[in-house]
Ligand binder design. Structure first.
Ligand SMILES: [Zn+2]
Length: 351
């Protein structure tokens, strides 16, 4: 098979398989109540995305659900051109097929239907984080199946790289399974005592919106954690959602506090954000998002106003997230010297 045929085959396979993978991810005990077809659920509410769109489009890196990767070049690096932001229709931004119609409507009613009202309540922060977690879990399971398929179709350098990657994916699935069980229990019992969050409030609509979950690698002060290197324990994961209600912006950072742990990496990470000067909090968050999250969408107007140099800085740091050969980027290095935007920081709220 020549490279073009291989790529065509892979792309066809990717198109076919994502809808077959659809399932409702509510806790098993709730699945007998599923109703309606599996919907394309937005992880960032559509109404939020609409606010920063231009002619129904946003800028981002993922069209649909999966990052488009040129698989022929995996052994070298991902083609840099493939990670330049592209125009994406609102309907395709931040979606995943992880809930049935009924559960998508009912579960997220508070954050979706009460539009115009965000009350900084634990339940709201939890629902955002739950949906983020479900998306991550869903996509990692797809990635696992993809890798299995691809490993059988490849050889030499690409196959070795894919095998290494599949070890990482297996580990992530294990970690996310732990969080899925924990979050399912919180959802069923409405018991939020171990669920913590910090909301950074802004007086403007954020030009960048995102929904993601990451193991903290660097904090906002440039300190590196060892969380990802320890395979013997479940790592702390930070869930984050940057959204807007009315004319205001909310950056929601959430985590689960484990009373058996002596120190919480997630807590330290969030504390480092608190320590950032208020005037730099917007830049710090934008830098963190580009360095951590593929599920990120931004205003075409804002992007068009950035200098070429700043566009390059942000695209390059994003490239490190998706590149198989780059180390995790220290995002603290870029926000100190650059002003990307200012959403008018107005306070923080511990929930
Ligand atoms: Zn359902």
């Amino acid at each position: 098979m020549n490279p073009e045929d291989f790529e065509k085959n892979i792309n066809h396979f990717i198109k076919e398989r994502k809808y077959k993978k659809s399932e409702c991810l509510v806790p098993y005990t709730m699945r007998n109540k599923c109703k309606g077809k599996i919907v394309k659920a937005h992880t960032i509410p559509k109404m939020c995305l609409k606010k920063i769109s231009q002619d129904g489009h946003l800028f981002g890196f993922i069209k649909g659900m999966i990052p488009e990767v040129n698989y022929n070049k995996l052994s070298e690096s991902i083609d840099k051109k493939a990670i330049e932001p592209k125009k994406i229709g609102i309907k395709e931004a931040s979606i995943f097929t992880g809930f049935c119609q009924k559960h998508d409507n009912e579960l997220f009613k508070i954050i979706e239907k009460n539009y115009g009202n965000f009350n900084c309540k634990k339940e709201e922060c939890f629902l955002y984080s739950y949906r983020t977690l479900c998306r991550e879990f869903f996509l990692k399971k797809i990635a696992k199946d993809d890798l299995k398929y691809l490993i059988n179709k490849t050889k030499d350098g690409i196959q070795e790289w894919l095998l290494l990657r599949s070890v990482g994916i297996e580990q992530s699935i294990k970690d996310l399974e732990y969080y899925k069980n924990t979050f399912d229990n919180i959802l069923r019992n409405r018991d939020y005592k171990n669920f913590k969050s910090l909301i950074v409030l802004f007086d403007r609509i954020p030009s960048v919106m995102a929904s993601g979950a990451s193991i903290p690698i660097y904090d906002f002060g440039g300190n590196r954690f060892k969380e990802i290197e320890n395979f013997n324990k479940v790592p702390d994961i930070i869930f984050y959602n940057i959204v807007s209600y009315g004319e205001k912006g909310y950056a929601i950072f959430a985590w689960v506090e484990d009373s058996n742990k002596s120190e919480s990496v997630a807590k330290k990470f969030v504390q480092s954000l608190r320590n950032v000067a208020d005037s730099k909090k917007t830049d710090a968050i934008i830098s963190f998002l580009f360095a951590s999250c593929e599920n990120i969408y931004f205003s075409p107007y804002w992007w068009s106003k950035l200098s070429e140099n700043k566009k390059n800085i942000l695209s390059n740091i994003f490239y490190k997230v998706v590149s198989p050969i780059e180390d995790f980027p220290d995002f603290s290095k870029i926000y100190i010297d650059n002003c990307f935007d200012d959403w008018n920081f107005s306070g923080v709220s511990d929930i």
